[in-house]
Design a protein around this ligand. Structure first.
Ligand code: NAD
Length: 382
């Protein structure tokens, strides 16, 4: 049973799906791993290090694809790769099934099985496979550093012979995994931090990190779904949130926004008027750029300036910290592999909650409803 790891094809992507350390454990489980030469180079893993843990290294991408039982990836591999896999082969990675369902057509036409890391259930049992949390942790941390480096002021309060410098004020919107890490990082740097979220459970977590939780009266509506994710709110409820945010934006030096609703456009939280009310030199780092952004002025992937306020919307912050992102991701991947492989053989238990949750296509059929709808196929009974 052969698992392959390829060089990522997306421009600027520096992460790799498996690092040598994780491969050591897989080899012990009789999982053979083959790696495309140079795949780990930006994540601190040379070909020689892969070989030293028992992986084979090859320059021949097509040959690797043709021989694979499992392809593990960070981003969804291009169609040209998917179409070279053998029917029945398994693809695992961030496949974007909810955002770009049509792109999974080659998985179906080639009769492949696909697992989307973003659909791994957020349960306690699946924690070691929760790549969304791993990457969000890195993104939340890095967003604060980006913002801090852009600010014309420092974070901590300093009392010096030359006078006292007040601490920076940071507002974090969305207190999920990325937001909480942003709060913790900003606090460690000495900022005064406020956090906002529509899930009541987030309040306690924000406060436990030493930040102030901004509460808004949403009229007692249900803000959370059964999976613990935020729901899309009514326009009226959204407006209440925006008014509160605009008020607090006036005194914030840095806003880190991380609010997302799975499978939907990111909620618009920072209006143009809110940006206009911010002080010159202040900064917004919008982590929701890939799904449309939390700020009305966000240009995904770009940094723009309006009235002296800088709005940054980096699209792949985990990719800018490839060593640690790959380390966490490769642990997530190897844990999932441990669930799919038994004694060196592929054994997909489709009754397992994690397997069922993450599987978007099984041998070209049983297609996830969202993907099926995008491609005009009959949805699978799930
Ligand atoms: P996410 O990336 O989907 O969203 C980020 C945050 O934005 C969330 O906290 C969400 O509530 C918030 N948000 C959405 N709409 C908003 C709005 N209009 N205004 C303000 N905030 C808004 O979330 P995530 O970080 O992936 O985490 C989602 C949930 O999963 C959380 O409840 C988290 O605690 C939970 N979780 C559980 C586990 C586990 O039990 N193993 C692991 C990770 C996450």
């Amino acid at each position: 049973m052969r698992t392959i790891v390829l060089r990522e094809q997306e421009q600027g992507e520096k992460r790799v799906a498996l690092l040598p350390d994780a491969i050591k454990r897989l080899t012990a489980q009789k999982i053979e791993v083959a790696v495309e030469s140079g795949a780990g180079i930006h994540s601190g893993a040379s070909d020689r290090e892969y070989e030293s843990v028992g992986a084979t290294v090859s320059e021949d991408r097509s040959q690797l694809l043709a021989s694979a039982d499992i392809l593990v990836a960070v981003n969804r591999p291009p169609a040209s790769d998917l179409l070279q896999l053998r029917p029945g082969a398994v693809v695992i990675g961030f496949l974007r099934p909810l955002d770009e369902p049509r792109e999974l057509e080659p998985v179906i036409t080639r009769s492949l099985t696909a697992f989307a890391m973003e659909l791994v259930p957020r349960t306690t049992r699946a924690q070691s496979m929760d790549a969304l949390s791993s990457m969000a942790t890195i993104a939340g941390y890095k967003a604060v550093l980006l913002g801090a480096a852009q600010l014309p002021r420092i974070f901590p309060m300093l009392t010096t012979a030359a006078g006292t410098v007040p601490p920076a004020r940071v507002l974090v919107l969305g207190a999920g995994v990325a937001g909480l890490q942003a709060i913790a990082t900003a606090r460690r740097l000495g900022a005064v931090v406020e956090g906002y979220d529509i899930r009541a459970a987030a309040g306690e977590q924000v406060r436990s990190l030493g930040a102030k939780f901004l509460e808004v009266d949403l009229g007692g509506i249900q803000t959370e779904d059964a999976g613990g994710y935020a729901r899309e709110l009514t326009e009226e409820a959204m407006q209440r949130g925006r008014t509160l945010i605009a008020e607090h934006a006036k005194s914030s030096d840095l806003i880190i926004s991380t609010a997302q609703v799975p499978g939907k456009r990111a909620p618009l939280l920072i209006t143009e008027e809110a940006v206009a009310g911010m002080r010159e030199g202040s900064v917004v780092v919008d982590l929701a750029g890939a799904s449309g952004g939390n700020c009305a002025l966000t240009q995904p992937g770009q940094t723009v300036e309006r009235n002296g306020v800088t709005i940054m919307a980096p699209l792949n912050l985990p990719g800018s910290v490839p060593i640690h992102s790959s380390q966490l991701y490769s642990r997530n991947i190897s844990s999932l592999l441990g669930l799919l492989v038994d004694k060196g053989e592929l054994k997909i238990d489709r009754n397992d909650e994690i397997v069922k949750g993450a599987c978007v296509v099984f041998e070209g059929t049983d297609v996830h409803p969202r993907v099926a709808a995008a491609l005009g196929l009959a949805p699978a009974a799930r």
